[in-house]
Design a protein around this ligand. Structure first.
Ligand code: DCP
Ligand code: MG
Length: 436
């Protein structure tokens, strides 16, 4: 690729190289030109589908194309995603549905069809894997790609490979993606979020520190609301302020997180793009307000946590074969118990029943401050939960769970309470909402 000067680049629509400083493509007239001085030397990418669930529904029903579309539960549920037209009206993910409909009364509400989204997510992933074996999925609709060393294979530098990829996803799958290109994962992910939808942003080495200086600390991976509040109390609001503090100082103040703040604030992120980086386990846990010992108090919490784990598995299209129970005693001793199942599961009921068997051996009067449940030994959910010919009861419960899932999709989580969660566990912190 001979081009490498700042004014040069290519057209994202027809991929024609642009040699002059024009505002429109010299070949097709499109204004979607991409130029950057480091365009052809960067190879770490992050791809994220735009308004993913909503985009899939619009693809499957073209009459929705120009309408505001919200994917989520009924009136009592929350918004899973809103298309960009609904977002202009103020609708956001995780917003209660009634608020979303106040903001955008004309919105078309569609209940989620997880199986379909998992299927489409896999198609997009397969297209990524055709570009490089180094694809690290982050969630159903996003992944990191390391394209270094692929130029010979593709006959093109990574930037062009990505632009071609975005075009192919639109043509072949019928939804759009946004791409970020940089020299590390941290900045590639920030870049992909920059000009959504149908965005393509580049952050080069030269500009990284200056660019980061202007950004809020919350842009740093791992800085959530609580930690941001701590930093704010210490007078730290921008990444630029972090850039002025020594490593030892940051570490003294914030421990290992301080180390991360030091490196990331300076645009230094050595994390590899690793195809094996996928989650090793999926779990949920909760710490109680007051320590609990009674089975009657612990069981409803176990049930709610099992449902949370199950929902995450279903969303990600995976299943786990080993169920792990975790307890922390009053005096901070941790007990973990494992049980392997015959087949991987993603069902709340199987996770719960297995957890219950293990829990019943631990409810010996010991007071616990924490309870957690999870699954490991993860796999694709293709072989999960085969119809159980021996245990007909389990089969009935699995069918019931499918029905409950669809009712919850329709009417929200509170609409369907199982016998174990209903009105119990008053002493416990309620686990976080299921639909996060
Ligand atoms: N999702 C959800 N509940 C949330 C956030 C997301 O159910 N609180 C689901 C719906 C999204 C999908 O996950 O379509 C992907 O999440 P993203 O954060 O990537 O959001 P979108 O793809 O919807 O929008 P964006 O264009 O901002 O990426
Ligand atoms: Mg997305």
């Amino acid at each position: 690729m001979p081009v490498n000067a700042s004014g040069q680049g290519f057209c994202r629509d027809c991929l024609a190289l642009q040699r002059a400083e024009t505002r429109r493509c010299t070949a097709c007239g499109s204004p979607r030109l991409l130029r950057h001085p480091e365009l052809y030397s960067l190879a770490i990418a992050h791809i994220d589908c735009d308004a993913f669930y909503a985009a899939v529904e619009k693809r499957d029903n073209p009459t929705l194309k120009d309408k505001p579309v919200i994917i989520g539960g009924g009136k009592r549920g929350v918004v899973s995603t809103a298309c960009y037209i609904a977002r202009i009206n103020g609708v956001r993910s995780a917003m209660p549905m009634f608020k979303a409909l106040e903001a955008c009364p004309e919105a078309v509400v569609i209940k989620p069809d997880m199986e379909k989204y998992v299927r489409v997510g896999r198609e997009v992933r397969a297209m990524m894997q055709a570009l490089t074996p180094l694809v690290e999925p982050v969630s159903i609709d996003e992944a990191f790609l390391d394209l270094s060393g692929t130029e010979r294979l593709h006959g093109q530098p990574p930037a062009l490979v990505l632009a071609r990829f975005a075009r192919s996803v639109e043509k072949e799958i019928g939804i759009s993606v946004s791409a970020g290109l940089s020299y590390c994962k941290f900045l590639a992910k920030i870049a992909s979020d920059f000009r959504k939808p149908r965005g393509f942003s580049v952050i080069g080495r030269e500009e990284a520190v200056g660019f980061l200086a202007e950004q809020p600390v919350t842009m740093i991976w791992g800085v959530g609301k609580a930690f941001a509040a701590t930093l704010e109390r210490d007078g730290l609001r921008t990444i630029g302020q972090l850039q002025k503090i020594d490593q030892s100082d940051l570490m003294r103040r914030y421990g290992t997180m301080g180390n991360r703040l030091f490196y990331l604030s300076r645009g230094q992120d050595e994390r590899r793009v690793s195809p094996d980086h996928e989650a090793k386990s999926v779990s949920a846990e909760t710490t109680f307000d007051t320590d609990l010992a009674a089975t009657g108090d612990l069981v409803p919490v176990l049930r709610a946590l099992s449902e949370k784990v199950s929902l995450r598995l279903k969303k990600a299209g995976i299943a786990g074969r080993t169920v792990v129970l975790k307890l922390k005693t009053q005096d901070f001793k941790t007990r973990t118990r494992n049980r392997q199942l015959a087949d991987p599961t993603r069902l709340a009921d199987r996770i719960f029943q297995t957890g219950l068997q293990m829990l019943s051996k631990e409810t010996d009067g010991t007071r616990y401050r924490l309870l957690g449940i999870g699954v490991s030994d993860l796999s694709d959910d293709g072989k999960a939960d085969p119809p159980d010919l021996v245990d007909q009861q389990a089969r009935k419960r699995a069918l019931a769970e499918g029905a409950i899932d669809s009712l919850r999709d329709k009417f929200g989580r509170k609409a369907v309470e199982t016998g174990y969660t209903f009105g119990k566990g008053r002493n416990a912190h309620p686990p976080e909402p299921l639909d996060d």
